[in-house]
Write a protein that binds this ligand. Structure first.
Ligand SMILES: [Zn+2]
Length: 431
């Protein structure tokens, strides 16, 4: 087979094709463009990724919160979003004639959770995590696959803290990002996204506040001893940020995680804590998304892995294939045993030739294909084929640009050994 060009490699990994082929998501003309619908397999992926982020956050003191998806427009007038983004908001007119908006971000809602009561400095930081959908009225021509959508899920979090705690909170989130992206073999680069002093009209707040915020971020970068890309004009309208760019297995860079320092929202919403002297002290707000949006992250991950997800993340982890109808009972026993151990397993009927069923499991990128016949039933073992490691094979020099679909035959092993192997691979999130 002739070596294909890099363009074709990229095309074979295109998440717009590969996602539906792996039955992860779909679009419907009736629902509308830019509104992905998640299948059971895709939903498993989303939930596992979110749970991973949540575990990393939980150990660092985050708590979960929940908010409605709409709000009175007054919330966004106060935050400044209405003025900046009113054309990108989905607006709703209620039957009583009030204007509501569907949320394009969560920060203003979260400020109102913090504002529910007075806080002592001893109770800070308050750290709120919330994985939730946001909606933006993107123009139809700009929509494509999962990269640009009208409904996306942010793995959002806001930390409300004193100025003296900002650095520590940033470093904690930096650790989470490092751990999360490390688990997928991404290389990360940091961009220091600052405001553009030549366009002050693009930003909230005065110059002094921006200088203070940018100095703190500069110190954090220095402390981490990394070389950050200078992103002048890339700041959010409320504050500077550290953006993380992930390099995928094809060498492409994607903006993924972000940590943002915001001294403007706390001012606009008058957020304070009571300090050691009994005075009201203005606090800082840190915005942080690890995946950014689950949709965009998945578009990157599908192309990075070519759909061969690590075992812990695979929607179907194992398939049991009886050699023929005769061995269905034994296959059923193996299937039940795996299911009992919470392994996501499927069983195929024996009405198709074995080779065809193995091939189908490989196309679906199922990590473990378990074949049972007479020999296995007698010895009470199983024969295992293991899909190639997602990342060892996920390189651009593969002829078709995809991780090898062919699995390697690992031979006969006992169920005990197989379960042990799977459990270790899942727990250690091996890639
Ligand atoms: Zn935010």
């Amino acid at each position: 087979m002739a070596k294909t060009s890099e363009n074709e490699n990229n095309e074979n990994r295109d998440h717009k094709k590969l996602g539906p082929k792996l039955d992860l998501f779909t679009f419907s003309d009736l629902v509308g463009p830019g509104l992905p619908l998640w299948t059971p397999k895709g939903t498993i992926l989303r939930n596992l990724l979110d749970e991973f982020v949540w575990q990393l956050r939980k150990t660092r003191g985050y708590e979960r919160v929940e908010i409605p998806h709409i709000t009175k427009k007054e919330l966004y007038e106060k935050s400044g979003h209405w003025e900046k983004f009113k054309d990108e908001l989905f607006q709703i007119k209620t039957r009583e004639g009030h204007i509501f908006a569907v949320k394009p971000m969560n920060c203003p809602h979260h400020t109102q959770i913090y504002a529910r009561k007075p806080w002592s400095y001893r109770e800070l930081p308050q750290r709120y995590a919330n994985t939730t959908m946001c909606y933006r009225d993107e123009q139809s021509g700009e929509l494509g696959g999962l990269s640009r959508v009208r409904a996306f899920t942010q793995d959002d979090a806001h930390a409300f803290c004193r100025m003296s705690q900002v650095k520590e909170e940033f470093l904690k989130i930096w650790d989470i990002i490092h751990e999360f992206y490390g688990a997928f073999g991404f290389d990360l680069q940091v961009r220091f996204s600052r405001h553009d002093p030549k366009q002050p009209e693009k930003y909230l707040g005065d110059k002094e506040r921006w200088t203070t915020a940018e100095n703190i971020l500069g110190e954090i970068i220095k402390e981490k001893k990394v070389k950050a890309i200078d992103g002048i004009g890339e700041a959010a309208f409320y504050g500077p940020k550290l953006d993380f760019m992930a390099k995928d297995s094809l060498g492409r860079e994607w903006q993924v995680a972000t940590i943002q320092l915001d001294l403007n929202m706390p001012d606009r919403f008058d957020l304070t804590c009571v300090n050691e002297n009994g005075e009201a002290e203005r606090i800082a707000m840190i915005h942080a998304a690890i995946m950014g949006s689950i949709e965009r992250f998945l578009s990157v991950l599908i192309e990075h892995t070519g759909g061969a997800f690590p075992l812990w993340l695979s929607p179907v982890q194992a398939a049991v294939l009886p050699l023929s109808e005769k061995y269905k009972t034994y296959a059923q026993k193996i299937f039940e045993e795996l299911k009992e151990k919470n392994i996501r397993v499927q069983m195929t009927d024996a009405d198709e030739p074995l080779g065809k069923r193995i091939r189908e499991s490989e196309i679906q990128k199922i990590p473990y294909v378990i074949v049972v016949g007479e020999k296995e039933e007698k010895s009470e073992n199983v024969s295992v084929r293991r899909r190639g490691s997602a990342f060892a094979k996920a390189t651009a020099d593969k002829q078709d640009g995809l991780p090898s679909e062919a699995s390697a035959k690992e031979g006969e092993i006992s169920m005990e050994n197989l379960l042990e192997k799977i459990e270790r691979e899942v727990n250690e999130k091996i890639i």
